[in-house]
Design a protein around this ligand. Structure first.
Ligand SMILES: [Zn+2]
Length: 446
């Protein structure tokens, strides 16, 4: 029986400030003359974005080691991935449960995720390399998980049209017949023999699709391939619900236009993570975003609690900013004419407010924070922070001083249990984008 799959478009207008700040378009700067000065400029443009990727980790070593290293590798050390991936092709990862309703199976190089839907069926993300791997990995895994009339395979989503992701699709079509929906970005569909359902690669906005009662968000990010996709996948662990980003990081494409598209895709990814509050990421190349390290941690500890894939909204957003910095560095390395702004993740830290206090303060910082002396990084001075207090109409704005601190005086003293919120709308110019930031802290009892 063919399952109904609803497609709803969802706008991303609710965070207008983010959208406005982040739509800073590519601006063409340095002339492509190949002069010594031009080459120097371009080397520093590459360097600037590599620094961006590092600094946006905020000093988080997990992000540096799992996200930054693999996302910038193609720029810093083009052979890095190949050198370290050869053995990964041959190292099998058995069916591994990463959430109550999500499993991975394949090799350390590439594989697929199996999601159990609300109605008890299954959805696959990617298809393995070929028919032999469908027989070796996919079918036994689905049977182990209870594949049958009550637990059918409901849909397959292909992240993009490269053979290591859709090479098993013909075999899945042969196994499951003409009614199985196999989705792919429309720009990657030409020449595919497995009769895919198309997701319009021309639509930039995220789209929500419901399969077996489970809503999956799909977004086009042309770049790695013209039809490449992001997914947001709802997962659960006990009573906790989480939202994993599948995407954001595939290898950097050759060619200037593709590299520009790839950069745009990472910026879309940042907005997607921000809009939906994704709190972790997975990838079907599990080495490239730390998924493998996290699966190994589950194996070693023999438990999924706490789940190493859940890294929180702020850190997932930082991961997206790191991908963006690496993509900008890659574009600068392939296109001498490109000059794009640096993105800086801003942290906004509220000083613990106490009951009866009438003053609230918060500090705006980027990179390593106050000790960061790299030009453009560190404390953010001269920017407006808006404070609010729950249960009060008091809105107070203040401008950050030379140490990045904004101080506001409220009309009334704070009460225990109230929450102080602070927000920074972000700012941008031709050279840089300081990303928006928000923070909330509960008033302490005295
Ligand atoms: Zn690929």
């Amino acid at each position: 029986m063919r399952k109904r799959t609803g497609v709803l478009s969802r706008g991303v207008a609710t965070k207008a400030a983010v959208a406005l700040t982040l739509t800073a378009a590519l601006c063409v700067g340095n002339a492509a003359g190949g002069t010594a000065a031009g080459a120097q400029d371009q080397a520093s443009e590459v360097e600037e974005h590599l620094t961006e990727a590092t600094k946006n980790s905020g000093g988080d070593l997990d992000l540096v080691n799992t996200i930054r290293t693999y996302s910038c590798d193609a720029v810093e050390d083009p052979d890095f991935y190949d050198r370290t991936s050869a053995e990964r092709h041959d190292t099998k990862v058995p069916l591994t449960r990463v959430f109550d309703d999500l499993w991975y199976v394949g090799t350390q190089y590439v594989g697929q995720y199996i999601l159990r839907t609300e109605t008890g069926g299954f959805v696959l993300f990617d298809t393995q390399n070929n028919a032999a791997e469908v027989a070796e990995y996919t079918m036994p895994s689905l049977r182990t998980l209870g594949l049958g009339d009550k637990h059918p395979l409901e849909a397959v989503f292909v992240s993009h049209g490269h053979g290591d992701h859709d090479g098993g699709a013909n075999q899945l079509r042969a196994e499951f017949g003409p009614d199985l929906d196999i989705y792919i970005g429309s720009a990657d569909a030409p020449g595919k023999a497995y009769d895919p359902e198309l997701i319009d690669s021309g639509i930039a906005e995220p789209q929500e699709m419901t399969v077996g009662g489970t809503t999956i968000v799909v977004q086009s990010i042309p770049g790695h391939t013209p039809g490449a996709l992001n997914f947001l996948i709802p997962v659960s662990q006990g009573k906790e619900r989480h939202l994993m980003l599948l995407g954001g990081r595939q290898g950097h494409p050759r060619g200037v236009e593709a590299a520009k598209g790839y950069l745009t895709g990472t910026e879309r990814t940042y907005r997607l993570v921000d809009e939906y509050d994704a709190d972790g990421s997975i990838l079907t190349h599990p080495t490239s975003d730390g998924s493998l390290v996290r699966m190994q941690a589950i194996d070693r500890a023999g438990t999924r609690s706490p789940n190493p894939f859940v890294i929180g909204e702020d850190r997932t957003l930082r991961a997206a900013a790191i991908w963006r910095g690496c993509a900008a560095a890659w574009l600068a390395s392939v296109d001498p004419a490109t000059d794009v702004p640096v993105w800086r993740v801003v942290s906004l830290e509220i000083e613990q407010p106490e009951a009866r206090a009438k003053t609230v303060t918060a500090q705006l910082e980027t990179g390593w924070g106050s000790p960061d002396t790299e030009p453009g990084w560190g404390v953010v001075a001269g920017q407006t922070v808006t404070f609010g207090v729950t249960g009060s109409r008091d809105i107070c704005t203040a401008v950050t001083d030379d140490t990045g601190v904004a101080t506001c005086t409220l009309d009334r003293g704070l009460r225990p249990g109230q929450e102080v919120t602070a927000s920074f709308e972000g700012s941008s110019n031709a050279e840089s984008v300081d990303l928006p930031a928000n923070s909330t802290l509960r008033v302490a009892a005295r």
